[in-house]
Design a protein around this ligand. Sequence first.
Ligand code: NAD
Ligand code: IPM
Ligand code: MN
Length: 370
Amino acid sequence: MTTKNLFLLPGDGIGPEIMAEVKAVIGFINEAGLADFQTDEGLVGGCAYDAHGRAISEEDMAKALAADAVLFGAVGGPKWDAVPYDVRPEAGLLRLRKDLGLFANLRPAICYPALAAASSLKPEVVEGLDILIVRELTGGVYFGEPKEIVTLENGQRRAVDTQLYTTGEIERIARVAFDLARTRSGRVASAEKRNVMKSGVLWNQVVTKVGADEYPEIKLEHVLADNCAMQLVRWPKQYDVIVCDNLFGDILSDVAAMLTGSLGMLPSASLGAPDPATGTRRALYEPVHGSAPDIAGQGLANPIAMLGSFAMALRYSFGLIDLAEKLDAAIAEVLDSGTRTKDIASEGSNVVSTTEMGAAILKAFKAKVG
Ligand code: NAD
Ligand code: IPM
Ligand code: MN
């Protein structure tokens, strides 16, 4: 059995609390001889800033680059609101995404049957929901230059962020979306704002051409991003795969999260391009949510987004499809039993803490693989 190297970056706030539940699952997988994961752990975000004044150290960046996969908790919090912009906690995450070349961010929003009542929307709107947001992750306004605040001669200050995309960047994310649609219902919705933004015009043209030239069997629809946000709340089941730029993907995935009951439910995989020689790709797995400072340290965090992100790692980085399916099934089973963290609780739920939820999922997982 080959050893796989996992680099763990729990981060700030609830990050270490939810990562602890993944560590327990990894420990069991190793003990049971189902796989051989070697783990190492580093600092990212505010805790890294506190330790050495940077959002991630060069040493930890090197470990992330060398790992078979990175598992990331969450970063940020009010404690670091006033730190210089370049070393703010979120800069650590953005550097990881950029330097690892993680251009494709897969954010599946699945409404588990037991949670249809936990969504703020009507059960019939979300029941059976299974959509996938494919977010471009290393381009757009997050990284475009110039990005600055300058003081003008008249004393006013002017802030600039630059939305920038090249055809190559759009083509490769479009291919990821089309390839995934082939394994699903064969439908892609591309969200942009071609009515206002030049980058939206180019996005629309390039996605259309990739679709027509390489994926004629896939049904492609274009939707303006603001309308897409509304449609996600009105009737989300009209979509299957949604592909969009970095900023729209950030916003649309938080909207999609609430369809599943809670932001604490949404996992994600951030993938690089496959290495032409080995076929392997760099990858980082993280929940869609942040460090949740309002509930940190209270045992209230839902660990499912983090556990689901580890299930995505089993699937996409290690080809351990059976284990991934069993971990996802363990999550569904625990939810079916009425066990809930507070964010997804409804009347009659058995409300439990982060560690109790993690333990219940691990127990169900053990029963499935045992
Ligand atoms: P957030 O996602 O941290 O929290 C938003 C709301 O969702 C809060 O009420 C929180 O309690 C709740 N929530 C989030 N995750 C939950 C979970 N697992 N279980 C139960 N409830 C959960 O967003 P925010 O409050 O806007 O941001 C807080 C900090 O996190 C900021 O510094 C932000 O930059 C950072 N952030 C980091 C990441 C990341 O590390 N990937 C993602 C988003 C935000
Ligand atoms: C996310 C987060 C990040 C983003 C922040 C923390 C940089 O909101 O992963 O959704 O904006 O991409
Ligand atoms: Mn976000």
